[in-house]
Design a protein around this ligand. Structure first.
Ligand code: PA5
Length: 465
């Protein structure tokens, strides 16, 4: 507490700086990039919708999502990094754990959702194409129609572009290359300029058929732009509740005193432990399998924002209690370089599964017969925190009262704001990711060095194995 208190003046100064940056013109990701657009965006989208309904930016997202939902039973979301992880986090956290396996009636008109373009995995892509080819044979039947949401802010990311090339060709084969339905079921989400926009315009898309990612919002801060909102609306999530949660968090960040301010508290505790106590590994211990992808999303947010100039904490996502049986030993007894942030949902959505009485008690569980799964989880959390405290291993709890669009909206906005604050505390610009460019340039060079085969021939990668 003393150290937190001592940090308060600096925290308030940084908050003032981050707030003031909202008024500055954004600078694209090159020299000292500045992309604070995500801070006000949730409230702006809600205000626009209140005023202009269908004609607003949010209205357009909802309209396109409804059109997709009505037209198709499967949607493939293509994108990588900030153009993938937010939508994946929302899908895992807020949709049914077995959404894609559920019969259409139980999904209540919500399409199945797949993610691709997020790696260069030949076999995963082939197997997705195989799934589409084998389950979707008649485009005249609504249940057999499928669509694509392709997301790339720059429009030049090779993982996404190559996957889109494959899916675009597959869609043209399935629906017919000139069928007007293609523009209804293949939806681009991209920045104001770039190769993806050019490609879609050449395909006959009007500007209005393309959803735009604002220039002043960086990729990993874009979950509350069409990047995350369109897939969320297609999944049937309440996007206004998500935005309301995010807008509420921005307001708390701007207005609440440091000691009650979740953004400043989270940033300060993690900053002090990382910078002063050399806790260089930051574990997001998710106490629900449904939160794991939020952990992955935070991995990217932290890595690309603060991993610069030989500095920045290393994020690590774990699911507890699952990973207490794998990483637990190391977190408890290994190198003293970790901060554990527990991410906990207080009340589950469904009634508790009870341990119950059984006819045989060889497993010795009858003593807990009146306990439910939430009791087991709570005991595991308390026991783990206690063990960490006894061994002087720092842990903190982020408690969501329930898992809902509103709480997830708050959480994601809190983590984005806290990352920006932490960067400013460290003297690191949290925007931009110059380090990612090196591999891209090398990759293009290597690709150009691979000799082309004669037209029509395909390289057999298995030769010589
Ligand atoms: O945070 C970022 O900006 C990156 O992780 C990008 O989201 C990622 O590289 C994908 O870029 P794009 O949307 O331009 O395809």
């Amino acid at each position: 507490p003393d150290r937190l208190d001592a940090l308060k003046p600096l925290l308030n100064q940084v908050r003032g700086r981050v707030a003031a940056e909202r008024e500055l013109n954004s600078v694209p990701a090159k020299d000292q990039p500045l992309q604070p657009g995500f801070i006000n965006l949730p409230q702006q989208l809600l205000d626009g919708f209140r005023r202009k309904q269908d004609a607003s930016d949010l209205g357009k997202v909802l309209r396109v999502a409804n059109r997709l939902k009505e037209n198709v039973d499967r949607v493939v979301v293509l994108g990588i990094g900030g153009s993938y992880l937010g939508a994946k986090a929302l899908f895992d956290a807020l949709c049914h754990a077995h959404h894609n396996e559920m019969p259409a009636k139980l999904r209540m008109g919500k399409p199945r959702v797949y993610f691709e373009g997020n790696a260069l995995d030949n076999d995963a892509l082939q197997e997705l194409l195989e799934l589409l080819e084998n389950t979707c044979v008649d485009p005249d039947i609504a249940e057999e129609r499928w669509g694509v949401v392709v997301v790339s802010k720059s429009g030049g990311t090779i993982e996404t572009a190559a996957a889109f090339r494959a899916l675009r060709a597959e869609a043209q084969k399935y629906y017919g290359p000139k069928d007007p339905i293609l523009k209804q079921v293949v939806v681009p989400v991209t920045g104001p300029k770039g190769k993806l926009r050019d490609l879609c315009k050449a395909d006959g898309y009007a500007d209005d058929d393309i959803l735009t990612i604002p220039d002043d919002v960086g990729g990993r801060f874009s979950v509350f732009t069409p990047v995350g909102l369109l897939p969320a609306a297609v999944m049937g999530l309440d996007v206004r509740a998500l935005l309301l949660g995010a807008a509420t968090m921005t307001k708390r960040f701007l207005e609440e005193p440091a000691e009650k301010n979740p953004v400043l508290q989270f940033a300060a505790v993690n900053y002090l432990l990382a910078e002063e106590n050399k806790k260089t590994t930051r574990v997001m211990a998710c106490w629900s399998k449904k939160l794991e992808a939020i952990g992955w999303w935070y991995d990217q947010l932290l890595s690309e924002s603060l991993g610069k100039f030989g500095r920045g904490p290393t994020p690590l996502t774990a699911v507890y209690s699952r990973d207490l049986h794998s990483r637990g030993q190391q977190h408890q007894d290994g190198a003293r370089d970790k901060t554990i942030n527990n991410l906990v949902v207080r009340t589950p959505k469904h009634p508790p599964v009870q341990v119950g009485m059984a006819d045989r008690n060889e497993d010795d569980l009858n003593q807990f017969s009146r306990k439910g799964y939430p009791d087991l989880l709570d005991a595991a959390l308390k026991g783990t925190n206690e063990a960490y405290a006894d061994a002087a291993r720092p842990s903190a709890d982020i408690v969501l009262p329930a898992l809902s669009e509103h709480t997830v909206g708050q959480l994601m906005q809190m983590l984005m704001l806290a990352t920006v604050v932490e960067g400013r505390l460290m003297g690191i610009n949290p925007y931009g990711q110059p380090g990612v460019e090196a591999y891209k340039a090398n990759m293009t060079r290597h690709l150009k060095a691979v000799p082309n085969l004669p037209k029509g021939e395909v390289r057999d990668q298995t030769k010589g194995v």
